[in-house]
Design a protein around this ligand. Sequence first.
Ligand SMILES: *Cc1c(COP(=O)(O)O)cnc(C)c1O
Length: 386
Amino acid sequence: MRDFASELEQRKQAGLYRTRRLISGRQQPVLISGGKPLLSFCSNDYLGLASHPLNIETLRSALAENGIGGASSHLICGHNEAHHRLEERLAAFTRRSSALFFSTGYMANLGVISALAGRGDTIFSDQLNHASIIDGCSLSRARVCRYAHGDVASLEGMLSETEGHKLVVTDGVFSMDGDVAPLRDLARVCRDHGALLVVDDAHGFGVLGPQGRGCLAELGLSEEDVPVLVGTLGKAAGTSGAFVAGPAMLMDYLVQKARTYIYTTAMPPALALATCTSLDLIEHGDELRAHLQSLVNRFRQEASAMGYDLMPSRTPVQPIMIGSNTRALALSHGLEEFGLLVTAIRPPTVPEGEARLRVTLSAAHSHDDLDSLLQALLDCRHLLKT
Ligand SMILES: *Cc1c(COP(=O)(O)O)cnc(C)c1O
């Protein structure tokens, strides 16, 4: 048998060992860990909807009506009116013809990519795409070409040399860097070279664009420009699940072919209804988004003035680049002594030598909360000089 125990030991030595922090209670902005409160800057609950009284109330009454479990897959007897209502609401919200509700973003990417490309086809994937996209590419058995992060010119070169069915897939907002993909240029080269473009807007949905309709709506890119949009509902929407939206014919194709849609139990119907309430809150959430943006702008200005190395991001994902794994952990521990929770992100989640602290801001934070973070960052600056 393989020596699993010594592999674990090696990980510990390399500063790569992962542990799960036990928390209790709600996520935002203060969570309880080991009995003590920590002001968290690492959840993806960008609008503070994970504990909003209105979607909680919808969930409570929907549970009374529908019970808890989905009990069956969508193609047997699990496709509830509640799921259907959410899918129609998601299609309308994203200005697309049709939408499908998946159990998680991970499952949506696996299912969509492996259904829309297969043996003999070619998938072009941004080098910094999310792990669920990478795994979807492997599962598809298509040939996979990774292109340099955001490099549309090199992608175009690769597309022009490739025959057959081509699929291009990218994060909309990159999950560990916070930058936005060059979507308009990607749409153009995909149209010019007959490639199908898939955009995963896990971090832009609810946050970017008019009424939070996402990174494509922000640029006015329609379903004709970008046929397949994936979004997740566990981040800004504050509930759980994910969706794919696009032309009705493609959604119909996915119902036939996406194995992670077909061979799994439908989500609890009540959760779908709670998510409909989240969509109402997102749609009317301009004040939340304006507050969030003011936190992002202040964080960037003040943290970089202290000498911290930030990334070119205008989104609530605001990594502080550190480089070494151990130094990233030291800064994270230092901040925790001040009652702040900002986790260190290390390889393989990010490339080797690019460990960072991934600060995420939420509309649930106050400017006083941000003051606490900035003061602690000032007090911890010495931890980076060794
Ligand atoms: C979080 C995330 C996912 C996975 O979504 P879950 O619903 O959490 O499984 C997919 N893609 C990106 C870019 C993400 O950041």
